[in-house]
Design a protein around this ligand. Structure first.
Ligand SMILES: [Zn+2]
Ligand SMILES: [Zn+2]
Length: 174
């Protein structure tokens, strides 16, 4: 969805919006994202002193893949946002100092891109199904949240392997 800035210039009252944004194409672009339901977006937009403010709330349900055990889990997305759009003709460097300030290169505020950007920021880089997720056994692949196995994991756990290497490298230098 887009909002025309001339529409905001013309109005005396703020413009209210409420709609759903389908971002299901993100499933192909973000590895950790398995599913995302249409994002419910609601808010207001208005003009003050040549700047445009878009203020609102968005909400969606996603299914992410756990980065440790690879199991899918439900993830609730809910964000309040306030974003400022400044036309290019106005000289300012506010947009460089503040991530909520954007430059307008046309007479349209692109809500679709904005919503997508906000949702992407909400998806963790390495999501986990639970803080205590034990992950998969690196030897046999068993989901250690569900079952135990008898593999010798001490030699293969990459975190321990790195630590062992560090000790190896540092013992001679002392
Ligand atoms: Zn997990
Ligand atoms: Zn195992």
């Amino acid at each position: 969805m887009e909002i025309k800035t001339w529409e905001l210039d013309r109005r005396k009252e703020e413009l209210r919006f409420q709609y759903e944004e389908d971002l299901s194409h993100l499933v192909k672009e973000v590895d950790e994202l398995r599913k995302i339901s249409p994002v419910k977006v609601a808010g207001v937009a208005y003009e003050t002193g040549g700047f445009y403010t878009v203020k609102g709330h968005l909400q969606s349900k996603a299914v992410l893949q756990c980065s440790r055990c690879l199991a899918p889990f439900d993830y609730h997305i809910e964000v309040d946002f306030t974003e400022i759009f400044i036309p290019e003709r106005i000289e300012t460097n506010l947009d460089q100092e503040n991530e909520n300030v954007h430059r307008l290169t046309s007479d349209e505020i692109d809500l679709t891109s904005l919503v997508e950007e906000i949702v992407l920021l909400e998806i963790p880089y390495a999501p986990v199904c639970q803080e205590e997720c034990k992950g998969l056994c690196p030897v046999c692949g068993t989901n250690l949240n569900e079952l135990q196995c008898n593999c010798d994991k001490t030699r293969i756990d990459p975190r321990l392997a790195d630590l062992a290497k560090w000790f190896d490298q540092n013992k001679d230098s002392k």
